[in-house]
Design a protein around this ligand. Structure first.
Ligand code: URA
Length: 247
């Protein structure tokens, strides 16, 4: 990006403190731009082209942050909550100062892939109902999921509020008849994201989701090395694959 911005705004965005704290750093001659100590914290600087140093350390500027989290059970997909811990509470300060937010919501008891970013445009594209970004879930379901359920999901299920879902792909991974009433392990890919959609789809065929984990969203796959509650930045390839989602 070619535009210039105020130095204090750039440094605040990068987590160097509030505007007044940055003013103090400037006064102490701790901020150097292109080799010269700065005397005005409002100096116009191009963060991609000018070399900014604070206390001798070069500032590597980035506007956006993209994090993949394996969301744990018991945590809310929101930026704030009065009662419960949120996914933002799990982040280190070095990521939190970018003001990331979750792209869409997983239920409090759902685990798995959650993207956190401050890139509103990407979030909007991924969530837009018109884009039909596929989301794949693994679930353990009480009851024996059968061929009829598969056909019903393929055709579209009528939810409790009368909404008919778009065709969804159901794969039965295993059936355990020894459990009371049976236990099924399945994968389900849906192209939309209605409230509690997966749970309500199974309710519509008389079955109950006991455990739910999101495995993928568009081209982005959950990194199997991430334990619940862990997260990492997206690789450049992952970020580009998301931005290339069909429109
Ligand atoms: N469907 C659900 O029912 N819950 C989720 O968290 C995600 C999809």
């Amino acid at each position: 990006m070619k535009t210039t911005q105020r130095l204090d705004k750039i440094l605040a965005h990068m987590g160097y403190g509030s505007r007044s704290e940055i003013k103090r750093l400037v006064k102490m001659k701790a901020v150097v731009v292109n080799g010269k100590p700065v005397s005005d914290s409002g100096l116009q600087v191009n963060p991609y082209e000018d070399r900014i140093e604070v206390d001798g350390e070069t500032v590597v500027y980035k506007e956006f942050i993209y994090l993949m989290m394996n969301k744990p059970d018991g945590v809310i997909s929101a930026t704030e909550d009065n009662r419960d811990r949120t996914v933002i509470d799990l982040l280190e300060e070095k990521f939190r100062h970018f003001d990331p937010f979750p792209v869409g919501r997983l239920d409090k008891d759902t685990e798995g892939l959650l993207l956190l970013t401050n890139d509103g445009k990407l979030s909007h594209n991924l969530l837009s109902p018109r884009k039909h970004v596929p989301k794949m879930y693994f679930a353990e379901v009480q009851g024996l999921v059968n061929e009829r359920d598969r056909a019903v999901f393929e055709a579209g299920v009528t939810l409790d509020d009368g909404y008919v879902t778009m065709p969804a792909k159901l794969s039965i991974l295993s059936l355990d008849e020894r459990e009371a009433g049976g236990l099924s392990r399945i994968e389900l890919t849906i192209m939309e994201g209605k409230f509690h959609q997966v749970k309500r789809m199974f309710e519509a065929v008389g079955k109950k989701v006991l455990y739910l984990k999101r495995m993928s969203m568009g081209a982005l796959l959950l990194d199997e090395h991430l334990e619940p509650g862990q997260y990492r930045e997206l690789t450049e390839d992952e970020r580009q694959s998301l931005q290339a989602e069909p429109s």
